[in-house]
Design a protein around this ligand. Structure first.
Ligand SMILES: Cc1cc2nc3c(=O)[nH]c(=O)nc-3n(C[C@H](O)[C@H](O)[C@H](O)COP(=O)(O)O)c2cc1C
Length: 213
């Protein structure tokens, strides 16, 4: 009788272990890369909470873990979490867009800065050969997904290039202060911060995908 009870107890324990492993595999799958890809959104409202530097470093490292043609790694990243730097750059931007349709759209009462109000920005520059834009793009998606996993929101931004370029009388100084190496051109800025909104997914056109028989 005792042996029977022992066998039953062992069977129940074994079943419990199997169910536990299955369950944890399921939850691993839920928190995986595909879940991050499907849930990521461009965030344009951030809380004032600053982003921990360890997290910014990790996001950047995940960026440079991206593939690049012939492992060229022809990118450079600059991380800015200085409010003074962001505000100075924003002042140049505001001067430029004030009184324009972009200004009317962006300069709302909740406007804090030109990086969609984010407290931190990662600037990505690349050298100008054939694959550099592709490489920089792959790096960017890696960073956005890593940020998502770390509980942070992001928004890839092309608009700051309006100001941060070598032809802009004031913006060129700000660009120079990022200290990119000779031959590297700024490609985009990645806003990073704690999200203060949860936007709906934007529609994707799945008809762009086709199998060829
Ligand atoms: C190269 C690039 C430049 C972008 N520039 C801006 C920008 O200047 N301002 C902005 O608000 N969003 C910008 N975006 C974000 C896109 O608008 C956004 O990814 C798109 O609407 C899809 O929305 P989702 O990211 O939430 O899926 C940019 C995205 C990319 C890839």
């Amino acid at each position: 009788m005792k042996r029977m009870i022992l066998i039953v107890v062992l069977c129940v324990a074994a079943l419990g272990v199997v169910l536990f492993v299955q369950q944890s595999r399921k939850s691993e799958a839920k928190g995986g890369v595909i879940e991050a890809i499907e849930a990521r959104r461009s965030i344009r409202k951030y809380s004032d909470k600053s982003v921990e530097r360890e997290k910014l470093q990790k996001i950047a490292e995940c960026g440079v873990a991206a593939p690049s043609a012939m492992n060229s790694q022809d990118w450079e990243l600059r991380i800015v979490d200085s409010k003074a730097w962001i505000d100075e750059c924003t002042a140049i931007f505001v001067e430029q867009i004030q009184g324009t349709p972009t200004g009317d759209k962006m300069l709302t009462p909740d406007f804090k800065n030109m990086f969609r109000n984010a407290p931190a920005v990662i600037f990505v520059a690349a050298k100008g050969d054939a694959y550099s834009d592709l490489n920089a793009g792959l790096l960017g998606e890696n960073m956005m997904l890593a940020a998502y996993e770390l509980g942070l929101g992001t928004c890839c931004l092309g608009m700051p290039l309006m100001v941060l370029n070598e032809h802009h009388p004031k913006g060129k100084e700000k660009l120079a202060s990022l200290g990119f190496s000779e031959g590297y051109r700024l490609r985009y800025a990645l806003a990073v911060g704690y999200a203060d909104e949860a936007p709906e997914a934007k529609q994707r056109d799945l008809s762009k995908i086709r199998f060829v028989e």
